[in-house]
Ligand binder design. Structure first.
Ligand SMILES: [Zn+2]
Length: 438
């Protein structure tokens, strides 16, 4: 049984959220990055007679349905009493505009009919809503059927979340009613500075970020604009800045918070004796195997540097790899160093190493034909070519942009502090939606 709905209620929600958010307009205009679709308070106030889909709700009886298991466009139209011939021509027309396979169980659709009849002749519109933002209208009010896609306005407001970490960042943010996406973004921004596995009780964080809404419905976390984490008594700050060639997160001094890996694990010149290859003739095994790293020929005893700061995962003798060190730099990147003659002092599992720190010395331990270093970089546990990999830029803000950066930074700081004081109000109950696109 269809449920009759007054879609005017949607319009009312839109109005309420407008007023509710108008106080956010000022801070929104000051954010460092323009939002994809900004909310214009006047544009989203619907005309009295138009509903959330821009249709004249007063003229029709509106029924809401949900797509059932195995229900296709064909069956939906069949249930609305269209003839097989008509269904065929509607489906053909629809294929040019939408992918009918994206019609999934649980998605709502609405019929707008005249005279309270369910028959196809009385049908004026059919609206399919694959997600809370996008919708598709089948319009029979014109001379011929018109099918069009549209989107309800997405608007953005800034919000602040603060907290003291109890167990993990994820748990704390979720516990405070925040999105897990926010925890993810925060850990990505600070990935080169903070080992989130070592985060502990008493660490605190404060973030300024965008929240996206469609009407009054939460549609996901937008960009992270500024963040602070106090970790083991030390304060880490990051500000989003974008101008010219510079885009990313920077410390209060304008240094990039992202740390690229060193180009090579040596201080001086080095010669590559075997490149990264998916299909190389192995020198001792005499068969084709992928070479997941780069070999550097260097005299025995040459100091090997860690290409990034991180935590030693493994340091020991591992068969063909010989004396090997594996360093985890963050959630994403790890580097591995093989065939070492010896490890540097203090290099053992669990030890923290700085970028450029000597971790060992070139040797020929394990399966090796002469002194060399086999160096591997992996991204998400998959070996990548260290010579061609794409790493985040780690350049600082140049003097020429420093004044612009300082202005953005100070504005973001103000918002962080201002919003924190506003947080006395209760947080709205947020519903998470799947923001898949058509
Ligand atoms: Zn190798």
């Amino acid at each position: 049984m269809p449920r009759t709905l007054l879609l005017g209620a949607f319009a009312l929600c839109a109005l309420i959220s407008c007023t509710h958010n108008s106080s956010q307009q000022k801070s929104q205009s000051l954010t460092a990055k323009p939002t994809p679709v900004s909310k214009d308070t006047t544009a989203t106030e619907p005309l009295d007679s138009l509903d959330a889909f821009g249709l004249e709700v007063d003229k029709f009886e509106v029924d809401e349905y949900t797509i059932q298991r195995n229900e296709s466009l064909y069956l939906i139209l069949d249930n609305l009493d269209f003839s097989p011939q008509e269904i065929y021509s509607i489906s053909e027309e629809a294929k040019n505009i939408i992918d009918p396979k994206k019609m999934k169980p649980g998605q709502p659709y609405y019929t707008y009919s005249k005279g309270g009849s369910d028959s196809s002749a009385a049908l004026a519109h059919l609206v399919w809503q694959p997600n809370s933002m996008e919708y598709v209208v089948f319009d029979w009010q014109q001379d011929s059927l018109e099918i069009y896609k549209a989107a309800r306005p997405l608007f953005t407001q800034t919000a602040v979340t603060t907290g003291e970490i109890e167990n993990s960042l994820y748990q704390t943010i979720s516990h405070n009613g925040g999105s897990p996406m926010l925890a993810h973004k925060l850990s990505t921004v600070f990935a080169w500075q903070i080992d989130f596995f070592s985060i502990r009780s008493g660490d605190t964080f404060k973030t300024l970020y965008e929240e996206r809404y469609v009407d009054d419905q939460f549609f996901g976390v937008g960009d992270l604009l500024a963040a602070q984490i106090k970790h083991r008594g030390k304060m880490f700050r990051a500000y989003y800045f974008s101008k010219g060639d510079f885009e990313g997160y920077y410390t209060e001094e304008g240094e990039s918070v992202q740390r690229a890996l060193l180009k090579a694990p040596f201080e001086y010149d080095h010669r590559i004796s075997s490149p990264f290859s998916k299909n190389r003739m192995h020198p001792t095994l005499n068969r084709r195997r992928p070479h997941n790293g780069v070999d550097y020929a260097a005299p025995s005893g040459t100091p090997i540097l860690s290409t990034g700061q991180g935590v030693v995962q493994r340091a020991g003798y591992y068969g063909g790899a010989g004396n090997m060190v594996e360093i985890k730099h963050n959630k994403t990147y790890e580097t591995t160093y093989m065939h070492m003659r010896a490890f540097a002092d203090g290099v053992h599992p669990g030890a923290h190493v700085e970028q450029g720190q000597v971790i060992g010395y070139v040797g020929t331990t394990g399966r090796s034909t002469g002194p060399h270093l086999h160096y591997e970089v992996s991204r998400n546990r998959k070996a990548i070519n260290p010579l061609t990999m794409d790493l985040p830029s780690s350049e600082s803000i140049p003097d020429s942009l420093m004044a612009d950066f300082e202005q953005v930074r100070d504005t973001l700081d103000e918002q962080l502090n201002e919003k924190e004081n506003e947080q006395e109000q209760e947080n709205p109950v947020l519903t998470y939606t799947d923001n898949a696109t058509l």
